[in-house]
Design a binder for this molecule. Structure first.
Ligand code: 26Q
Length: 783
């Protein structure tokens, strides 16, 4: 065992001529990674060989938000303790590695879900590999200047990428109209807990087939000489920072086709090498899961390869593809459903566009043959409509199974977003409620709680079987257990508090309640409603209508898409509210506000364990599932939330009495829709008027940008593209305040609040992504 450490020292000596005392964090990281990569290489190869023997599944995703690898991989190899001791012996600490970048190759929930799935699959022994894009720049880094979001690029490989292996020999060509680019795979090991199975995340990097045109260079046409190279490298240059639609972008089409073509070529190439050009058994050997519509072009690409390279008919090829692919939907928001301009698409991908036409024709023929019952749904299900390609319709028609990511979300797909498909193909619909990996989201980020749970359980088997925590229910009324549970939360809050003080310059006393809302910034997620609640409490404390208030810190973390003006306005507003309350001695002993900068996976690992109250307040029917809700539940934070997404299942598991659920349900929203009049509420409620007026009466200063006035008018007036208060903030305001003040009021009582918190943790077993992966494996992939 002590061996590891000698090896790491040797690497430090040979690669950097350093010892443990003199090595920088970068060098130490490099040495640890080099060591682990060498150590796992045999198992990695054996896992691959084993998987070639049976049916396997692939997760196609434009995003994998893997986060920082080093702690996770040490943990999976069960080396954390030993390596940490070794460093401590030399006066260092694993925490030195916090300055190592994390790979933010995703926007948010969808990308992080993909990363959790890979971790779970490797751990439960499921043969699942990931395919995606190796963006040179991940999601932008965020900082605040005068309370406004500023973006910087995220050069995550600046100090190298020791967790990836470049496999030059497995590069393939991807052909666009007028250009061929090279796709070079970089493989990352996905280490199952304990290190017995290692799966692969293969990310493609785009390169030019030749470095540059030397003839042009000699001709002194320097620009021309490098133009092609740049155009090729542009494809995997940067992650699009929009987590809802951003239609019409040629580069986005190129990114999607680039990684889908490379991945399908890779799978087909290896299949032919192993089995010969026989595709009769293809779909019984491979299942591909499409992470939203972003990789849908893979369906057409497989058909193209089977037809053009292997001489199969369209019909045969289509049947193979349909059996192979499955589609997961992650959104109900109309603007986020991908539609591509047909002419733009054709200009990049002429042959693929022809194949999509054939698919569309097959679909219309099949619907016609299905009789009038079926034919009446043709228009809604058509792939080609109004000069556009409807990617969701292509994904459904080209797949065997279609799933939503939470119970209510799947119901909304069946009854609303995809209702015409449900009418004609009810049997393809599935629900697969999301989950998160307890390795990263409990064991790694909360070792204190992890040890306590292991002690109570008498075993650490929950690390790979989270439902075992259920047996700890019997301690829910044990005052000693609750006291220790609370003490651990307090420790996590102290740790977060010092980190925030250092990074943000804001002091959040650890004995305040930590009320946490962390997720992308979106109007439908209603960070603005949370902001209104803080103003309400602020005014209530000022005019003494609120008394006996337990001190509360309101903590936010969120990035706004750079072009999303209103979302950026909401960030500025919350920062201004922070400035107002944090500097007011009359209230700052009772409330504080902190919007942390550059919220990312590593920051989440600090915020999640320190959360006392999990804000999940989206308008009912808008959040597909959520996963941050599950992470906070696992770490003992009751949910302050609406009947939306997976909140509904959280409440089913943990008990409604152990959470703070409020507001209109989907049916209520539907009923209110036509007659809803936020102006009427504004005019009749002094309380609400006081809040909204604070946006424009000089209480809060938006630096003369007009954004606060625009936010107010989005609620009261609406805009050309939406009705007033389209996400029903004012409708839910009162019941939100009631629930929030009730949670804050109950916090002080262990027998009430800590009991709820504890029950959330011990009842979180269902939300392990191990469970989700097993469901996909059994019900969809049949691996
Ligand atoms: C599409 C077209 C062009 C550019 C960007 C995009 C794009 C990129 C990312 C559209 C959507 C996304 C990401 C969506 C997402 O993260 N959805 C979330 O998925 C989670 C995992 O299932 C759910 O828990 C969340 O409820 C859902 O919002």
């Amino acid at each position: 065992m002590g061996n590891h450490l000698e090896f790491i020292s040797e690497i430090l000596a040979s690669d950097f001529q350093k010892d443990i005392k003199s090595a920088t964090a970068q060098e130490l990281h490099q040495a640890i990674a080099t060591y682990i990569m060498a150590k796992l290489s045999d198992t990695w190869r054996e896992s691959e060989e084993k998987q070639r023997k049976g049916k396997r599944a692939f997760y196609f995703s434009a995003e994998f938000l893997v986060g920082r690898a080093v702690y996770n991989n040490l943990l999976a190899m069960k080396m954390t303790g030993e390596v940490n001791e070794y460093l401590r012996g030399a006066g260092a600490d694993l925490s030195a590695l916090e300055e190592i970048e994390d790979a933010a190759l995703g926007n948010g929930g969808l990308g992080r879900l993909a990363a959790c799935f890979l971790d779970s699959a490797a751990t439960v022994g499921c043969p699942l590999d990931g395919y995606g894009i190796r963006y040179k720049y991940g999601l932008f880094e965020q900082k605040f200047e005068d309370g406004f979001q500023m973006e910087c690029c995220d050069n995550w490989t600046r100090f190298g990428d020791p967790w990836s292996v470049r496999r030059e020999a497995e590069a393939v060509d991807v052909v666009f109209a007028g250009q061929t680019v090279r796709a070079v795979p970089y493989d990352m090991p996905i280490i199952g807990y304990g290190g017995e199975q290692i799966n692969t995340l293969r990310l493609w990097q785009s390169e030019a087939p030749v470095d540059f045109d030397f003839a042009l260079f000699n001709d002194q046409k320097y620009d021309l000489a490098v133009r092609e190279k740049n155009r090729a490298e542009d494809i995997s240059r940067v992650l699009y920072p929009n987590d809802s639609s951003d239609g019409g972008k040629r580069l986005r089409i190129r990114q999607q086709y680039f990684f889908c073509s490379a991945s399908v070529q890779d799978i087909v190439g290896k299949h032919v090498a192993q089995h010969g050009p026989d595709f009769g058994n293809f779909a019984s050997l491979y299942a591909v899961q499409l992470n939203d519509t972003h990789p849908t072009v893979a369906i057409a690409e497989l058909i193209r390869i089977l037809m053009d390279d292997y001489g199969m008919s369209f019909e045969e090829s289509f049947v193979v593809a349909k059996k192979t692919f499955n589609y997961t939907n992650h959104t109900v928001m109309a603007e986020a459903l991908e539609k591509w301009d047909l002419r733009l698409y054709k200009s990049e991908l002429p042959r693929i566009t022809e194949i999509i036409r054939l698919i569309d024709k097959r679909m219309t023929n099949e619907f016609k043959a299905g009789g009038t019952e079926t034919a009446q749904h043709t228009a809604a299900c058509r792939i080609l409509k109004n000069g556009q390609i409807n990617m969701a319709n292509l994904a459904v028609y080209g797949s065997s199974a279609v799933n939503g990511v939470a119970g209510i979300h799947t119901e909304i797909l069946k009854n609303d977003v995809l209702k015409d498909w449900y009418a004609v193909r009810p049997q393809v619909f599935r629900n697969k409620t999301n989950g998160v990996t307890q390795r990263r989201w409990l064991l790694l980020c909360n070792p204190e709680l992890s040890s306590f749970l292991t002690k109570l359980l008498g075993s650490d088997a929950w690390i790979t079987d989270l439902a075992l925590l259920g047996s700890l229910e019997k301690y829910a009324d044990d005052p000693e257990v609750l006291k220790e549970f609370r003490a651990i939360k307090h420790v996590k809050k102290e740790q977060l508090s010092s980190y925030i003080e250092e990074k943000e310059g804001i002091v959040l006393p650890a004995d305040f309640i930590f009320d946490v809302q962390i997720k992308r910034l979106h109007e439908y997620k209603r960070q603005l409603l949370n902001a209104f609640s803080i103003l309400d409490i602020y005014f209530g404390l000022k005019d003494k209508s609120i008394r006996d208030f337990t001190p509360t810190a309101f903590v936010f973390g969120a990035k706004a898409a750079p072009g999303y003006v209103r979302a950026k306005g909401i960030i500025k507003l919350i920062n201004e509210i922070g400035r107002l309350v944090n500097s007011d001695p009359e209230v700052n002993g009772l409330i504080r506000v902190c919007f942390v900068q550059n919220y990312n996976v590593s920051y989440a690992e600090k915020l999640v364990p320190a959360s006392d109250l999990s804000e999940q307040i989206s308008t009912a029917g808008t959040e597909a599932a959520g996963t941050g809700n599950m992470k906070q539940m696992m770490n003992g934070a009751p949910t302050l939330g609406t009947y939306d997404g997976a909140n509904i299942e959280i409440v089913e598991e943990a008990g409604i009495e152990n959470n703070y659920i409020f507001g209109a349900r989907v049916e209520d929203i539907a009923a209110a829709k036509d007659t809803y009049d936020p102006m009427k509420i504004y005019k009749s409620s002094r309380r609400i008027a006081r809040i909204l007026d604070a946006l424009t009466d000089g209480t809060l200063d938006d630096g003369d940008t007009g954004v606060f006035a625009e936010l107010k008018s989005s609620i009261l007036e609406g805009a050309s593209w939406h009705k007033p208060d389209q996400y029903f903030l004012l409708l839910d305001f009162e019941s939100y305040m009631e629930a929030k003040l009730r949670a804050i009021g109950e916090y002080g009582d262990d027998a009430v609040f800590t009991r709820k918190a504890f029950l959330n943790t011990v009842r979180s077993g269902y939300f392990s992504s191990d469970r989700t992966i097993r469901e996909y494996a059994e019900d969809i992939w049949k691996v």
